[in-house]
Design a protein around this ligand. Structure first.
Ligand code: G6P
Ligand code: MG
Length: 217
């Protein structure tokens, strides 16, 4: 199916800003405290996935069983470390080409939204001074179903008033590409083609795309 693209939806972590490394560092610290190793490769499974689901996957990797209460406590501990990292962030951590591409879309009158699983999305957008840039911001505080469920992207499309098939989704996570595909959207993988092979197209970063290039497929 071909897609006429009239709007864009961006994931945040790993697409607009380099927070994926902070999520990894915080989860790795939790794993270390619980006595097991957590590799970058295993971390791919956590990308794009909600906080509680990420914790479940991590505990599965470590072969650890936690009570409901311990789960809540571990997730809160991870988030505390993560927030310490992001509170030190500044605009220099916006990924190469991201701001330029958003500016190009804005100048061309193309609406664009944020579609992130993160409950910290607004905090991050404020840190990098992009909190006013998006037509709509759908984040982890607004959705009930985690990627690969398409809810977050469908809500973003709905808020922009654009049919799903006319939206291009930019994602660095396998679960996010899956969510975009299930939502009937055009998907652009941002990162490793080996991981993101299901996407319609894969680019190394937003520096490698322009609006004219995207709209012509
Ligand atoms: C993003 C990241 C995930 C993270 C999720 C929840 O999608 O890719 O790694 O677990 O957001 O983030 P939060 O800031 O709410 O813990
Ligand atoms: Mg991401």
């Amino acid at each position: 199916m071909s897609h006429e693209i009239t709007a864009c939806i961006f994931d945040l972590d790993g697409v607009i800003v380099d927070t994926a490394k902070y999520h990894y560092l915080a989860w790795r610290r939790l794993a270390e405290e619980l006595g097991f190793e957590f590799t970058q490769e295993q971390n791919e499974r956590l990308k794009g996935v909600s906080r509680m689901r990420s914790l479940e996957i991590l505990m599965e990797i470590g072969g650890i069983q936690l009570s409901q209460e311990e789960h809540q406590e571990a997730a809160a501990r991870k988030n505390q470390w993560y927030v310490q990292y992001i509170d030190e962030m500044d605009r220099s951590e916006i990924l190469p080409g991201a701001e330029e591409f958003l500016e190009e879309l804005r100048a061309a009158g193309v609406p664009f939204a944020l579609g992130s699983a993160s409950k910290n999305a607004m905090r991050i957008l404020r840190r990098i001074e992009l909190d006013q840039a998006f037509s709509a911001v759908i984040d982890g505080t607004k959705v009930s179903k985690a990627k690969p469920d398409p809810e977050v992207f469908l809500m973003a499309a709905g808020e922009m008033g654009i049919p799903a098939e006319n939206c291009a989704v930019f994602e660095d996570a396998e679960a996010g590409i899956e969510a975009g595909l299930r939502g009937g959207m055009y998907t652009v993988g941002v990162g490793d083609p080996g991981v993101l092979h299901k996407a319609h197209r894969v680019i190394p970063g937003l520096h490698a795309i322009s609006w004219s290039d995207l709209r012509s497929g």
